[in-house]
Design a protein around this ligand. Sequence first.
Ligand code: SF4
Length: 373
Amino acid sequence: MKLGIDNMEHYRRFIEDVLVGNLVLGGKCKNDCKYCDLKATMGAIGIENYTNLISMENVKDVISFLGIINRTGQISVGEGNHFLSCEPLMHPKYLDIVKLVRKKFPNRKIVTLTTGELIKPGWYETLKQLNIRFIVSVNTMDQKEKSELMRTKTPVEHVIDFLEKCEFIIDTLSFVYFGKLKSLERDIKFIHELHPNYKNKTFRIILADYSVHHDLEAKELHDFAKKTWHEANYLMHELHPNFEAYIRNFDDYPELPPKVHYKRIFFNSMRMALETIQQYRLDPSDVGFLFPESSYSYAVRELNFLKDNAILVKNITFAGSYQASGLMTMKDIRHALNETKKKFKYYIAPYDLGMLYKKDLAGEYIDENIIMI
Ligand code: SF4
């Protein structure tokens, strides 16, 4: 693939990502995961998710602006909000690029999300010295399952070697849950055995999702996985309490273990929403709360006083099983407001909606009367 972005629109989007701290490396992932989100976004909002692999000149041109308006100070090397590629390690200059970024920002947290398949053992020591923090999409430690799920031929031993020898720089392991409880249990125990420190690291389980733009097997995968998702949460609670679960809908799982990560996020954002109302001295009856499907009924159930102000925003853009706030679009909101009789002066929506320059995923500006918290 050609090095260097040569499309002006891509370059504009590359810069938007750079300013918030995402150095997109470009390229096209060689895997073909059944559940890959890229298929959904390309189908639903026509966004091209791939750009050329960036060149060293591209990096040098923008490095002074990297993360200049980032709230956390963290730098991500790999994917961004505009371009998801998911496999930064395929960039032939990955190591040179992270060296450059580390030199410029000696104290910042630099993160790369990877499948771990392409990391070369010869890079291990350098990566440790550079203190690059990794989130590894492990998914499964079984070769046959991996080939079926991710359609990759890379030997799983590559990932195992990386996990074993680079534990020090790995912060998070993530697993797309595809419905096999025994496999999940096997993998968690296996990783705990690889290095004792893994017991204290964050593990993430994500239910395999689908949109109407995926082929049928993605839906079948989701339907199968959903059947035991509840049990998978309990299993993780038992084996690895430091886990994050991206619950799709609380109604399906009313008795989740009490410390589920999503619940904490939900209550924190509700607290922030209520503080925002106070801070701006808004009349609460003027404010509507826009909830994605994942949390609407839970919000109404747990925070009864919200029921008259809560508005359900269904994901009609991607449809399928995507229900999370990060995938909410203005199109979904307009549709929801047309469907309801509830009208308000202001609306409160999740921060994820307009994370990038107050635009949704499709690039549409968020309406002025929507406050994102
Ligand atoms: S590794 Fe990531 S980007 Fe590549 S196909 Fe799988 S989900 Fe998609």
